[in-house]
Design a protein around this ligand. Structure first.
Ligand SMILES: Cc1ncc(COP(=O)(O)O)c(C=O)c1O
Length: 450
């Protein structure tokens, strides 16, 4: 397993050990050891890096009292951490009703579903809630099977749709699929729209051969239930403007549904409420999650066309916390905050500002091979040189730890891409602070490498 296969930095590395030796104090180390004794060890999490004591707004504080701007936040910090309006809504709901027994409904769930439908792309007017993104993906897959009477799925290599067996069957990341035994039958993978690693070698003259290939597979199989993809992969990989239109047309031609997973990218991160709006495409099923519960409650949603509300005898979700009133109160307050604070437009404007700053930064730093972004999903790809396009993986990890020393948290994806996903409430001053930390970190690694 190489770091180029993974969507996060791996737990064990020399750079990490060195950072820990310099930065983890004795009380924190004790907590980390206790954590590592209780929790199952797994790639990408336990043993953990550090211990968080509190989180608010755009960042968190560790147990040693250091504050970090969080440019990772697992993408749950859409409205920042601990937004006061979300907390107030939760507290109020706690005094009213804390759980909704199955076969009953409750007003917070109804109001939340109505609000979701109001903001959703037109035509998506049915909702099913789930206690997490992965479970919502499971529901979406079942819904597509039931709606089409077909069982096959086409999805993208390198994609991520959650860590359960059905989600990794359509997912395309080796770290989740390897050594785990048989996966769901009928799942076929195609190359993603990633011109950097395009197997069709289109290069600059991209004619969307990857979209043609999807259509070829749909035609050959003839009975695919749905294509499932992340509208924008949070590395980020941003498909060309025509990509999803081509996929939508291919789905329509071959009777397949289109499921778009916008669990991390929906709700404004890309500078539009939903990433599919950049592509002028409406999926049959849209999946949301992550920040939907205000970054406090695990909450996800499946939105679909009304015509798919046609199988009342199938238990589609059936999750215990499906209509949890406290989660729904958090969800409704979150959607209101996104609107009231204009966070979608803010993400667009701050994203454009940041891309300009990163472009200028790239001119000063030979390590920066590529930058890309849309709204507040931004990526800085580090390369050994611009000719061979060799990934600068060790350098990327050292930049990450140098930035941590300066008070900026982000993750490295695919080994050499610095993935930057701040809270949508981040101010321009905080962005300037983060970029200054990032540039100092890159500087220090470039200087050491000389
Ligand atoms: C694109 C995408 N889909 C699905 C999921 C799974 O969501 P959850 O971790 O809430 O189950 C994630 C989580 O990172 C994701 O990024």
């Amino acid at each position: 397993m190489s770091q180029f296969d993974t969507e996060g930095d791996l737990n064990l590395s020399q750079n990490r050990r060195q950072w820990a030796a310099e930065n983890i104090d004795a009380p924190t180390r004790r907590l980390l050891e206790e954590d590592a004794r209780c929790f199952l060890h797994q790639s990408l999490s336990t043993p953990c890096l550090n211990v968080i004591k509190s989180a608010s707004g755009s960042g968190f504080e560790d147990t040693a009292g250091r504050r970090y701007l969080d440019f990772h936040g697992n993408n749950v910090h859409t409205v920042g951490f601990g937004h006061p309006k979300v907390i107030a809504a939760i507290k109020e709901q706690l005094d009213q009703l804390t759980f909704c027994t199955r076969r009953y409904t409750c007003e917070p769930a109804i109001r939340f579903a109505e609000k979701l439908i109001e903001i959703a792309p037109p035509g998506l007017d049915r909702v099913l809630l789930a206690p997490g993104g992965t479970t919502a993906i499971s529901t979406a897959l079942k819904l597509a099977r039931v709606a089409t009477g077909r069982f096959k799925f086409v999805s993208m290599w390198d994609s991520f749709h959650g860590a359960s067996l059905d989600a990794i069957s359509v997912g395309g990341e080796a770290i989740f699929r390897r050594d785990i035994g048989p996966l769901l039958p009928g799942c076929e993978h195609v190359p993603p729209a990633d011109n950097r690693h395009c197997p069709f070698k289109c290069g600059a003259s991209c004619s969307l051969a990857c979209a043609d290939y999807v259509e070829y597979v749909l035609e050959k199989e003839g009975d695919v239930a749905a294509i499932i993809g992340e509208t924008i992969r949070s590395i980020p990989f941003i498909p060309p403007p025509e990509y999803w239109k081509r996929i939508r047309a291919a789905c329509d031609k071959h009777g397949a549904l289109l499921i778009l997973d916008e669990i991390p990218m929906g709700l404004g991160r890309t500078g539009r409420m939903f990433a599919c709006q950049h592509y002028e495409v409406t999926p049959d099923i849209l999946v949301l999650g992550k920040g939907l519960g205000g970054g406090i409650f695990p909450l996800a949603a499946v939105l679909c066309r009304g015509a798919m509300n046609s199988s009342p005898h199938t238990a589609m979700g059936h999750y215990t916390h499906e209509k949890n009133p406290v989660a729904c109160a958090a969800g409704l307050a979150t959607l209101q905050v996104i609107e009231e604070e204009g966070l979608v437009e803010h993400a667009r404007v701050l994203g454009e500002y940041t891309m300009d700053r990163l472009r200028t930064m790239a001119q000063r730093h030979p390590l920066i091979g590529d930058i890309r972004g849309l709204g507040l999903i931004l990526g800085v790809e580090l390369l050994k040189d611009g000719f061979t396009l060799t990934p600068a993986a060790d350098e990327a990890e050292r930049v990450m730890y140098a930035a941590l020393r300066g008070g900026l948290n982000f993750k490295v994806t695919k080994g050499n891409i610095l993935t930057l996903t701040p809270a949508l409430t981040l101010t321009q001053a905080e962005m300037d602070q983060a970029l200054a930390i990032l540039e100092r970190a890159i500087d220090s690694v470039e200087t050491r490498g000389k």
